[in-house]
Structures are given as C-alpha cells and as structure tokens.
Design a protein around this ligand. Structure first.
Ligand code: NAD
Ligand code: MG
Length: 308
C-alpha cells in the first residue's frame, strides 16, 4: 500500500506545508496557446496540475457516489480525482469532443480501484440534463453528491457583437442546466447528500468582456443560497465554490483575450494563477460530513482578492 502511495504522488501533496506564493510558478503560456472551444487539458501548455501526483486521499468520502459535470478537465477533473482518492465512485459528464481528457481521469481513478463511469453529453440539451442523474445513479448504484461544474466562457468585448446563440448557450449550460440536473437528481438523493455549484468571482466583480458569463455566475450564487434553504429540511446541503483565476483549458479557448493570457492571475495577492487541484479541497470539505452545518455558503478560492 505504501509503495502504491509513493508511485502516484510526489514528495509534496495538498497536506504538505508549503509557501502558497511559490507552490506553483506563474503561468507563462506560449504565444501559440490557442485552442478551439472547449479546449483540452492534454493539449494545455504549460500543463495544469489536476492532482494526479499531488492530491492525497484521507478517506473522507468512502463509498460516496458522485456525478460531476465538466469533469474531464480543469477544476472538474481535479475534483473528480480528489473524490476518487477520498474513496468515492464517480460519473463524469463532459462534451463528446473531450473524450481524451475524460479517459485520462478514468485511468487515474481506476488505478485507485474505484469505479469511473463516462457519461458524455451536451448540457445545452434539456434531455441530457434530465437523464444524467438517473444514468449516474444506475451506473453507480445510487447517488449522494452532485457537482454542477460545467461552464461556458467566451470573451466578447462589445455587447453588440454578442451573438444570440452565445448568449442563450451560456445561460443554458451555466445555469439552466443546474436547475434541470438538480430537479432530476432529487429522486435519487437521500438525507446526507450534497450539491455543489461552481460559480466564479465574476459573480461579484464582472469583467466588461464577460457580460453573459458573469451574469450566469451571479445567478448561480443566488440559486445556491435559495436552493440551500429549500433543501436543508430534507437533509440535502447545497453550497457553492467561487474560483478566481485558475489555469484550465477554458482560459485558452477564448475564455480570455489572447493578449491577457501571459498576465493571467498575476494581479492576485498571491501573485500567480491557481492550479485546478488547489480547488479540490474546497469541494471535498463541502461534500464530506464534516461540513454538516454549512449550507448555502459560497467558498471563494481566489488567491486573496477581497470579494464584496
Ligand atoms: P474547463 O474547460 O476545464 O471545464 C469546463 C467544462 O465545462 C468543460 O470541460 C466541458 O466539459 C464543460 N462544458 C462546457 N460546455 C458544455 C456543454 N455544452 N455541455 C457539457 N459540458 C460542457 O475549465 P474550468 O476552468 O475548470 O471550468 C470549470 C468551472 O469553473 C466552470 O463553471 C467555470 O466557469 C468555473 N470557473 C473557472 C475559473 C477559471 O479561472 N478557470 C474561474 C472561475 C470559475
Ligand atoms: Mg474540458
């Protein structure tokens, strides 16, 4: 067992005391870094840390069963790997074009001896959202955790250039899908279950080039606080996580203007962008029983910039 642990982690992991300023270097993307939407982690330069070698499980989610959307890459992949290492089985949703990233997460999870189910599907389609929780519950033998993490972010400088298609798809994927997935998931969730929604610092401090995206994130904050109150009497806790600038494929597939990428994350008090695996402990905390009295909270993980 000790040998297996050594093989899949480096000398440091999330429980090693480290200087948060220097834990990771600043991101310096190559000029060529420009991927078509939705972008792939396996093509990202420099590589992002999704926790394959840096997240150590401590048995906090033994035998829990989780559905995670946007779970192939970035924050969702880091959350999936953390959950798997904590003893959970997971169902991963992602877009069909992201199969290579999803299979990488599946390989990492299966190396832990866990079950990893792949459920590709486009969340802008109502039927996909409605079927996903049932498919996950059937494949995993039940459902205890839903992480609504998928997100679409395309930078557009001028509202007059914001196409109606982008506007409606951003709302469909980022917020409407959450309503549909939660509605369908409730048939499977028992007291003790947990729902986490990924929001953003954009909910509080919108960038002028991300009007549609930022509006959906403000809606997610509001939805999470209202739903948290509605479901608390049923023993189902709802919380949210608000990431700051995190190095993921979202950013290099038109999520940011190309010229801004070399500066990505440098204006935070920690002076660097975050890595996806630095988000994972927030999701583990909010889904594990240790957070039993935390409901409707939004946990900001953003390198220190104060949020209102
Ligand atoms: P990512 O590109 O790795 O993940 C986003 C995922 O969303 C994709 O992998 C894709 O599977 C999914 N997705 C997009 N459109 C979809 C669709 N139509 N159907 C199904 N799935 C779809 O990037 P990420 O940064 O890890 O993003 C994860 C979440 O974190 C998103 O909600 C994003 O808004 C949020 N977020 C990211 C940052 C950041 O700086 N990276 C900051 C704040 C919030
Ligand atoms: Mg992806």
């Amino acid at each position: 067992m000790a040998d297996q642990q050594d093989a899949r982690t480096t000398a440091t992991d999330q429980l090693t005391v480290q200087d948060p300023v220097t834990r990771y270097p600043s991101i310096t993307p190559p000029a060529s870094q420009d991927q078509p939407e939705p972008g792939l982690d396996v093509e990202l330069e420099p590589t992002a840390d999704i926790g394959e070698r840096s997240y150590r499980g401590t048995g906090r989610l033994e035998c829990r069963r989780a559905l995670i959307t946007g779970a192939d890459s970035g924050i969702g992949a880091a959350v999936a790997i953390a959950f798997l290492r904590e003893g959970a089985d997971v169902a991963l949703n992602y877009l069909p074009d992201e199969q290579r990233d999803a299979e990488r997460v599946q390989r990492i999870g299966e190396a832990e001896g866990r079950t990893v189910v792949l459920l590709p599907g486009d969340l802008s389609e109502r039927s996909v959202c409605e079927q996903l929780p049932g498919q996950a519950a059937e494949a995993l033998g039940g459902l205890d955790i839903v992480v609504n993490n998928a997100g679409k972010q395309i930078s557009v400088d001028d509202i007059e250039d914001l196409s109606d298609e982008q506007l409606t798809t951003t709302f469909d994927v980022n917020i409407i899908a959450m309503f549909r997935i939660v509605k369908a998931a409730l048939a499977h969730l028992e007291p003790g279950a947990s729902i986490i929604n990924t929001t953003s610092v954009q909910a509080y401090d919108p960038s002028p080039n991300l009007l549609d995206y930022a509006a959906t994130k403000a809606a997610i904050n509001n939805f999470s606080k209202g739903l948290g109150q509605q479901l608390a009497p049923r023993g189902i806790r709802v919380n949210a996580v608000a990431p700051g600038p995190i190095w993921t494929p979202l950013q290099v597939s038109d999520g940011q203007p190309k010229e801004k990428l070399p500066e990505f994350g440098k204006s935070t008090p920690l002076g660097r962008a975050g890595q996806p695996t630095e988000l994972a402990p927030a999701y583990v905390f909010l889904t594990s029983p240790e957070s039993s009295y935390v409901v409707g909270e939004t946990l900001v993980v953003n390198g220190g910039t104060p949020m209102p």
